[in-house]
Design a protein around this ligand. Structure first.
Ligand code: FAD
Length: 521
């Protein structure tokens, strides 16, 4: 039977290594590539830069599909309300999509899958957002997510290398496939604009990282040409405050699926072949495994993006302090290194991993004693690469709530940045009002004599804030509070009948559900 098929793009905004799209083309006479602007996503805190990235990625996808004599249909609404109409309007017989493990996506996909099956539509999903089927990793670990990177490495070593990516469909693959569309559809299903969402594009800065598969592959090529750099890459040796990114900035592309993680992995393998190279956890392969690690935890640990009800997360008595939170978010803590990073984040939508370390530690256990969940929300809004699993996992790490337990190691908001940027050039770039401070005061302008402040044209307390906390004092007090939280945790876990180190999964995932159904049919 020749199918009328919808391929549903959500993440996975690409043609290369898209096994669900290839499955859509099998025995297909009509193909409708669809993206649904979900009001749920819209109402959540997604900043304007991320919207711009998404719109760019959709335009790029549409243009690539048009080269295959197809196009992208963008619809607005809730997927469970939009699909039934499309199913009957287009007389759909097959639905394909990429498997997505975010809790919101799992419940959305469960609803849409049920609706499709009720109408007799074949549903095919494929795993291609992660290197591995992360359910398999959990299975291999006795039904629990591995809670250390070493454990994850041991399991993936057993599973062997990730599957090889598959090529994008060609005109030849599309020769018997049509995408019916009329002049009227052009407008009706067009790519939205920022203005349509009531967003003011004039507030945006320069677009340093444009969305889309073409740009992702171009960036990947550019980096893979630097053989020596790739082979010697060690994450801790990269710099949080270099003026040009010292890591790949492929994260937004991997998050939206403009770049397949497996394509990234195998391109690295090719570069490494026959050469001496760095290894996980610090190598670029190692970075992709960190992604896998947090994805696996996020699927296997209930309430992964929260402190309460999250069995691996230390329960900490964080303060609520709206003034501190706003000062951190709005880059007015009075610590130039922290404020420069938060300015870069707001303007450019990307900051280096160690810069994320610095501001996350400062907000939580280091200085302000504010919950990591608050930081997570701000990152979710402002990062182009905002990713549910990676954001939650890394915030737990940095706040020493889970995975990392050396809470007595606190980043100094003054000394840390100096290690890689003595002159403070990064601060000068993002906080130009401090640019005339001499290097010895740029990280601590409040220490500069009045005459130096006057000569720099910036008076602390008037033009730039005083530090909101005394780092030396609060960090010592916070280490003590953290010690107490850990002591409460060990008492609680020794009283608990089960050691709460990751639970066996109870609820059925979409994969389980579909597998169960398939076994019955
Ligand atoms: P590279 O060093 O070039 O690494 C290549 C790829 O590996 C990245 O694109 C990314 O996909 C993956 N990767 C690298 N580091 C990590 C890591 N620590 N954990 C998981 N995957 C990693 N990353 C996100 O993609 N989305 C987030 O929402 C996010 N939130 C974070 C929050 C905090 C508090 C911290 C400390 C880190 C967070 N990270 C997040 C992880 C990491 O900082 C970024 O992935 C990385 O800096 C992206 O830059 P890059 O592409 O140049 O990385």
């Amino acid at each position: 039977m020749a199918h009328v098929c919808i391929h549903w793009f959500r993440k996975g905004l690409r043609l290369h290594d898209n096994p669900a799209l290839i499955a859509a083309l099998k025995d297909c006479k009509e193909l409708y590539p669809v993206f649904i602007m979900d009001p749920n996503l819209h109402s959540s805190e997604v900043g304007i830069s991320r919207w711009r990235f998404l719109i760019g990625a959709l335009k790029d996808l549409d243009s690539s599909l048009r080269k295959l004599n197809s196009r992208l249909f963008v619809l607005r609404g809730k997927p469970e309300e939009v699909f039934p109409k499309l199913f009957s309007k287009w007389k759909v017989t097959k639905l394909t999509y990429e498997y997505d493990t975010e809790p919101y996506s799992l419940s959305r996909d469960e609803k849409v899958t049920s609706l499709a099956k009720e109408t007799g539509i074949d549903v095919i999903y494929k795993i291609s957002h992660t290197l591995y089927n992360i359910e398999r990793i959990i299975e291999e670990n006795d039904g629990k997510p591995p809670l250390t990177y070493k454990r994850l490495q041991a399991i993936v070593a057993k599973l062997g290398p990730p599957e090889k990516p598959i090529p994008a469909p060609t005109l030849d693959d599309m020769k018997d496939v049509k995408t019916p569309c009329s002049e009227k559809d052009e407008k009706k299903y067009g790519i939205p604009t920022l203005e349509e969402f009531g967003l003011d594009s004039t507030s945006l800065g320069e677009e340093l990282f444009p969305g889309g598969e073409q740009e992702a592959l171009r960036r990947l090529d550019e980096h893979m040409k630097k053989t020596g750099w790739v082979c010697s890459f060690e994450k801790p040796q990269t710099s949080p405050n270099s003026l040009n990114p010292s890591t790949t900035v492929l994260s937004p592309y991997v998050t939206f699926g403009c770049l397949s993680a497996r394509t990234f992995w195998w391109r690295l393998t090719e570069v490494y072949r026959g050469k001496k190279h760095s290894d996980p956890p610090v190598s670029l392969h190692g970075q992709l495994l960190w992604r896998e690690f947090f994805y696996t935890c996020s699927l296997g640990i209930p309430n992964f993006n929260k402190m309460k009800g999250n069995t691996v997360c230390t329960q900490v008595d964080w303060d609520t302090n709206q003034d501190y939170l706003a000062a951190w978010r709005e880059a007015r803590t009075g610590f130039p290194f922290i404020d420069a990073i938060m300015t870069q984040l707001r303007q450019e939508g990307w900051i280096h991993h160690l810069a994320r370390h610095a501001v996350a530690c400062f907000l939580t256990r280091g200085d302000l004693w504010i919950s990591w969940e608050e930081g997570q929300k701000v990152f979710e809004e402002l990062l182009l690469d905002g990713d549910w699993a990676l954001n939650a996992g890394n915030w737990q790490w940095l706040s020493a709530s889970a995975f990392f337990h050396q809470f007595f190691r606190v980043y100094s908001p003054i000394a840390f940045g100096k290690k890689t940027d003595k002159n403070g050039d990064y601060i000068k770039k993002y906080l130009p009002l401090l640019k005339k401070f001499p290097p010895q005061y740029i990280y601590e302008p409040w220490k500069a004599p009045r005459s130096v402040q006057q000569a720099a044209g910036c008076i602390v307390g008037k033009d730039y804030p005083h530090p909101i906390v005394q780092h030396e004092q609060v960090s010592k007090k916070n280490v003590q509070r953290m010690k107490e939280a850990y002591a409460r945790r060990s008492t609680a876990s020794s009283e608990s009948p089960i050691k709460k180190q990751g639970e066996k999964r109870k609820s059925l995932s979409v994969v389980d559900m579909l597998q169960k159904k398939a076994r019955k049919e």
